[in-house]
Design a protein around this ligand. Structure first.
Ligand SMILES: Cc1ncc(COP(=O)(O)O)c(C=O)c1O
Length: 388
């Protein structure tokens, strides 16, 4: 009997500890963890530097209030701004909070320049921005909103890739377009660079803001610090979370100077957001994952992984439909049943997770080793041959 609510469809397995890319179950088995807490454990489990950081900070100071200056947060914000398009950062605790705060920043900016009616946010239908009330209505998915009415207003939707519907949906009340640079839950669907550039142009023309949700695809997961970097586009607002904490809950909204001007004292707040313990961990993660050498390695490991997966796809063309993604945000779209395939991978000690469109998400830690990828490839190939 579990006293937890049944809102998760949990696998009948639990873990005692983790080390690097591996998880060790309570019943004594060793698994390759290519879920990474859904793109969270960017440096795997129990990374020595993060363990050291959290222990040292735990002895010093866990929490104060945002009523005071928090030097660890100042340091992390500076690093994020120096590394990216951003001029300012606002810390939260999770991805949903970060996307909601991003919406608040956009609305508040137009309010502050005397355009309070410019408050609608245009999103992709069936996207994923989190599970809070506003975020589920931003995502525009029937499955996520069913039973949670009344509807939270202020969101419009267009179909992924449908440029005409996107243009038609922009009105004089639109404040921002908010999209995931790479749709994670939606099936690892990448917005091509030329589309991102088109979005930026459109936003400039219509004088609206561009919000790129990098909660899942950001923080070096694609081999660039942000997934949009390759396109050379500069968004106005970027919510982040997941990978920046390496397993410690951290969220943040990065923004440019223009939109930050609306966020005057009292306009937003969070009790825990940016506390010293979280910020100490965030600084350590940032120092490692933002280095040039680290990013180059993510790209080279990813190139190897993606090309090997494509070879398996060519060998089993009636099992694997498509290999998608960028960096170590990988999707394997199947012809066969996704749930059964994930179960078989797990029976062979490889952990993966589902996404929409019959896609299996493969999310190794960013410091994954080649031999660990080889072990995973062997298992994937074995399951393909059994399914064939
Ligand atoms: C793109 C995106 N935005 C927002 C969220 C919500 O993050 P959280 O679960 O931390 O609230 C997620 C979570 O999967 C996500 O993938």
């Amino acid at each position: 009997m579990s006293y937890l609510t049944k809102n998760y469809n949990r696998k009948k397995i639990s873990f005692k500890y983790g080390k690097g890319s591996y998880l060790y179950s309570t019943d004594g088995k060793k698994y390759i963890d290519f879920v990474s807490g859904i793109a969270v454990n960017s440096l795997g489990h129990a990374h020595p530097k993060l363990v050291k950081t959290i222990n040292a900070q735990a002895k010093k100071l866990w929490h104060v209030s945002n009523a005071f200056i928090i030097p660890e947060g100042e340091r992390l914000a500076k690093k994020l701004c120096k590394k990216t398009f951003a001029d300012y950062v606002m810390f939260q605790n999770s991805g949903a909070e970060a996307t909601e705060a991003a919406i608040k920043v956009a609305r508040r900016y137009f309010y502050s320049i005397g355009k309070p009616n410019k408050n609608r946010i245009l999103c992709v239908k069936n996207s994923f921005h989190g599970r809070t009330l506003a975020a589920i209505y931003a995502s525009g998915s029937k499955k996520m909103t069913e039973g949670f009415g009344p509807k939270v207003g202020g969101f419009d939707h267009f179909k992924f890739g449908d440029h005409n519907s996107l243009k038609k949906k922009i009105t004089k009340n639109t404040a921002a377009i908010m999209v995931e640079t790479i749709m994670g839950e939606g099936g690892i669907k990448v917005i091509p660079d030329w589309c991102l550039r088109g979005l930026r142009k459109l936003c400039n023309k219509k004088k609206i803001l561009l919000i790129l949700d990098e909660v899942q695809c950001g923080i070096s997961r694609t081999g660039d610090f942000f997934a949009f970097e390759q396109s050379k586009v500069k968004p106005d607002i970027v919510p982040i979370a997941k990978g920046i904490g390496g397993g410690f809950p951290i969220g943040a909204v990065l923004m440019n100077k223009k939109v930050a001007s609306g966020m005057t004292p009292g306009t937003h707040g969070s009790t825990f957001g940016g506390n010293p313990l979280a910020m100490a961990v965030g600084n350590s993660v940032m120092d490692i994952v933002s280095s040039k050498k680290f990013l180059i390695n993510v790209k080279s490991v990813s190139k190897y992984f993606l090309s090997s997966l494509n070879k398996i796809k060519d060998e089993y063309p009636n099992i694997i439909k498509e290999i998608r993604g960028r960096g170590l945000l990988i999707g394997m779209q199947l012809y066969t049943d996704q749930t059964k395939f994930i179960k078989k991978l797990m029976e062979n000690k490889l952990l993966t997770i589902r996404a929409a469109e019959n896609v299996i998400r493969i999310l190794p830690p960013l410091n994954v080793k080649r031999n660990e990828i080889d072990q995973a490839l062997k298992i994937i190939k074995k399951v393909c041959s059994e399914e064939n």
